[in-house]
Design a binder for this molecule. Structure first.
Ligand code: NAP
Length: 289
């Protein structure tokens, strides 16, 4: 069975529901000895409702997409939501179609549910949008979005012909990095664009210090009989428009991440967390690590 009763869902503007907690894959595929373990962790996640998997051509240049391809083989493709990303240098007329077809080959599928422009490079945004739309028209992708875009980037995108078709933005977001709450997340909600939070556990980032081990987080985790990481995930998805994509190759972590999709934080707990990790009161540059 795919899916787990209780996992919160986020509805995309196209009416498709996706789990509020999915699975990241950065560094998955780096070590061939880990292959079976990684496949098992991803399948554990799928079996527990984390049917959204985020990957990218960048991650091991096909190695991560290949592991995802192996992991998803036994499942009904229609029940999964597969996200990949195109590198800036491939995000134009010359390379995008080939890059997308290569990702599809590694993933062993004939379409992506979501294709993201990984970060902005030198190719004009208008050309990137045209190429993304063409992939959608050719049914190689169901929808497209962007990553590492701030509010100003989104406003520029919205002014482009078909720029309004963007369904999702993927940026760094966790309890120690709340900059996107100031103007970007309100802008996205107003325009019915979903927000996907990468590095939701802050583990790979320099911002981690002061989060794990924070006494308020620990107190709330204890109250829910859960871990600090589970509270970080429950917090990230609290408003119904955010999808968090933790990466885990440890089966027990994967299960904990799925269970976090059930945790409801009380208003009082949210207030305590606001005090411990204040939201920004002005525009701040986008964090990337
Ligand atoms: N668009 C972009 O530019 C961009 C940038 C970075 C990341 N991403 C995407 O976002 C995903 C998530 O970000 P990330 O992988 O950098 O960091 P992350 O998900 O915040 O943290 C991953 C780390 O957390 C550990 N972990 C996972 N679940 C845990 C749990 N329940 N308890 C304790 N530790 C746990 C993992 O270890 P174990 O494996 O041992 O569980 C791993 O070391 C990436 O994998 C990638 O798909 C996108």
């Amino acid at each position: 069975m795919i899916g787990r009763y209780g996992m919160k869902q986020v509805m995309l503007r196209n009416g498709i529901n996706v789990p509020a907690i999915g699975q990241g894959t950065w560094h998955i595929g780096d070590d061939p000895h880990m292959h079976d373990n990684e496949v098992e962790a991803l399948r554990t996640g799928i079996g527990n409702g984390m049917t959204l998997i985020d990957t990218a051509e960048l991650y091991g240049y096909g190695k991560s997409e290949s592991v995802v391809g192996d992991a998803i083989k036994p499942y009904d493709r229609g029940k999964l939501f597969i996200v990949s990303k195109v590198l800036p240098q491939n995000a134009g007329r010359k390379n995008m179609r080939r890059a997308c077809e290569t990702s599809l080959k590694y993933l062993g599928t004939d379409y992506l549910d979501l294709y993201l422009y990984h970060w902005r490079g030198s190719i004009p945004l208008s050309e990137t949008v045209e190429c993304l739309q063409e992939l959608k028209d050719s049914e190689l992708i169901r929808d497209w979005g962007v990553s590492n875009f701030d509010t100003r980037d989104m406003q520029e995108l919205a002014r482009l012909k078909q720029g309004g078709n963007c369904v999702c933005v993927q940026d760094l977001y966790h309890i120690g990095s709340r900059g996107t709450e100031y103007s970007l997340q309100p802008y996205l909600r107003k325009n019915s664009i979903a927000f996907m939070a990468y590095c939701p556990l802050a583990i790979n980032g320099t911002l981690r210090s002061g989060i794990i081990g924070n006494p308020v987080l620990q107190q709330i985790a204890d109250a829910h009989n859960s871990s600090v990481q589970q509270i970080m995930l429950a917090w990230a998805i609290r408003d119904g428009n955010v999808i968090a994509i933790p990466k885990s190759t440890a089966k027990e972590h994967t299960i904990q991440n799925a269970v976090a999709g059930d945790i409801e934080l009380t208003d009082e707990e949210l207030k305590m967390l606001d005090k411990a990790f204040p939201a920004p009161y002005k525009e701040v540059p986008l964090d990337v690590e």
